[in-house]
Ligand binder design. Sequence first.
Ligand SMILES: [Zn+2]
Length: 134
Amino acid sequence: MNRNKIPGYRALHYWVQRNKGSAATCQICGKIKTTPKSIQWANKSGTYLRELDDWVSLCVPCHRQLDMTFNRKRQLIANLGLSFKLEESDIISIFQEAKTGKNYKDIARTYHVDESNIRLILNRKTWKHVEVQL
Ligand SMILES: [Zn+2]
């Protein structure tokens, strides 16, 4: 995703900074801010919503790594001990994986969410609005 193409990206960053203060330490490697821009706020989910929980403070190398690929991002978020926010497309994939006979535990591990979440999704207790055709 090219962040320069996201409308209001800069404004959103200012908003995060206003609400969370300036980023001081990297939440992945623990590096402490040395120059004004050495630690930055990064968006976890890539959805760029105005949700404060969706932002983590990262040093430039970790931020770059986080931006690499979606799967890499999931992995890093999991390493931080944070749960990953599922998206509609994930729900469909979860149903497809369950259909192949994969167990809840493995699916949960793949998506970095709790097994109970997977159970709720597959039993159509949550994410009911997502249409799944198999
Ligand atoms: Zn770092």
